[in-house]
Design a protein around this ligand. Structure first.
Ligand code: DSN
Length: 408
């Protein structure tokens, strides 16, 4: 590289990534092939529009790569192209979620999403996000007693507030989600069901977590977490007609006419609604990752991710740490490091761990009494270390190390 300064930073980051134990639940290490596609000449090309309908010339190969990515996305999750469409253009998870609301929820309409401090995401309608400014969030959380979803309470909230769209799928909820129950709640109030599977998409692909596709109208996912691809996102949407806007209440803006399908409305919302030209290099890299995920080796990987997370949770529990909800069914766990003042704050815990080469993020726990910038817990995840070949026996050692570092 001619630019030595940037090259040095890249090399330093490469060394840092190799040196540390990475327990950030949303990170992973992509293959050389994914990186090759990401750094390919597709980065030079503009391709506003969709395959076959572009605003620029020279897109015959771009069309092929985007179609390939769409096909592989549907195939990986066993979706019929007659019923489902995959839009592979979203730059990342936030614009993907935003585009869905733009397509399906009238401005000022209601999005029922999990509150951030219980494990939701900013783009599930949080007040500081544009999704909470253009739309109104109907927040829900976990039960105080079980720290798990309480579906009866969710139904009560939905009936009272009548949201236009309900979001299931979280960033810090370690348990399985009952998508069938979410469907029932959405149907009871005539809402769309959107599942944001960004965190656990790779586990769904690998058969290690329930699939939301039977129940959801729309499924969004980033491609860079458990799915182990480049940064980016995909929106899967049904080819069924969008609901009749006449039935919409509390809306300041009517949405599309009822002959439009959910998939068409979402395509329009992504481009030209929200984004410009797609990042074709990112799409090419996602195509590579989707094929990698469609292999027996990836299935094994996904199952190992969950086994590793379970082992980490059990070992930390044995050593006296409180694991939120009592354990995990997925790739992540939340540790209550504060333990009502008997332990240390999440910030101190993450700083101590980082000094010892273990990278985690501080995290609020449900009903946290502390502030988000210095919360009561940390979030741990196993996707990245599992990619490096870590197994349960290694997790036992990592748990022992974490325990020793966090003890007062
Ligand atoms: N920032 C991601 C996470 O860490 O969960 C979500 O977008």
């Amino acid at each position: 590289m001619k630019d030595k300064r940037t090259e040095r930073l890249i090399r330093r980051e490469e060394r840092r990534q190799k040196r540390v134990v990475n327990l950030i639940a949303s990170e992973n290490y992509v293959s050389d092939d994914v990186r090759e596609a990401l750094a390919s000449v597709f980065t030079n090309k503009y391709a506003e529009g969709y395959p076959g309908k572009r605003y620029y010339g020279g897109n015959e190969i771009s069309d092929e790569v985007e179609r390939l990515c769409e096909e592989r996305a549907l195939k990986l999750f066993k979706l019929s192209p007659k019923k489902w469409h995959a839009n592979v253009q979203p730059y990342s998870g936030s614009p993907a979620n935003f585009a869905v609301y733009l397509a399906l929820v009238p401005t000022g309409g209601k999005i029922m999403g999990m509150t951030l401090s219980h494990g939701g995401h900013l783009t599930h309608g949080h007040g500081v996000s544009a999704t909470g400014k253009l739309w109104e969030q109907v927040p829900y959380g976990v039960s105080k007693k079980t720290e798990r979803l309480d579906y009866a309470e969710l139904l009560r909230v939905a009936k009272k507030k009548k949201p236009h769209l309900i979001v299931a799928g979280f960033t810090a909820y370690p348990r399985k989600i009952n998508f069938k129950k979410f469907r029932g709640i959405a149907d009871a109030v005539g809402a769309y069901l959107m599942v944001d599977m960004s965190h656990f998409a790779g586990l769904v692909a690998g058969g290690a977590y329930p699939s939301p596709f039977k129940y959801a109208d729309v499924v969004t996912t980033t491609t860079h977490k458990t799915l182990r691809g480049p940064r980016g996102a995909i929106i899967f949407s049904r080819k069924s007609e969008i609901r009749n806007p006449k039935s919409e209440t509390n809306s300041k803006r009517k949405i599309q006419n009822s002959k439009v399908t959910i998939a068409q409305a979402i395509d329009k919302a992504v481009f030209p609604g929200l984004q410009g030209g797609p990042h074709l290099n990112q799409i090419a890299a996602a195509a590579v990752a989707l094929q990698e995920a469609d292999t027996p080796a990836f299935k094994k990987y996904a199952k190992q991710v969950v086994k590793n997370a379970r082992m980490l949770a059990e070992e930390l529990q044995k050593r006296g740490w409180r694991v939120v909800s009592g354990g995990t069914d997925s790739h992540l766990l939340l540790i209550d490091t504060w333990m009502r003042g008997r332990g240390i704050s999440g910030k101190e815990a993450s700083e101590r761990l980082e000094k010892a080469g273990i990278i985690v993020n501080m995290n609020t726990i449900p009903f946290d009494t502390r502030k988000p910038m210095d919360p009561s817990g940390i979030r741990l995840g196993t996707p990245a270390e599992t990619t490096r070949g870590v197994k349960e026996k290694d997790m036992k050692k990592i748990a022992a190390k974490i325990d020793a570092i966090l003890k007062k």
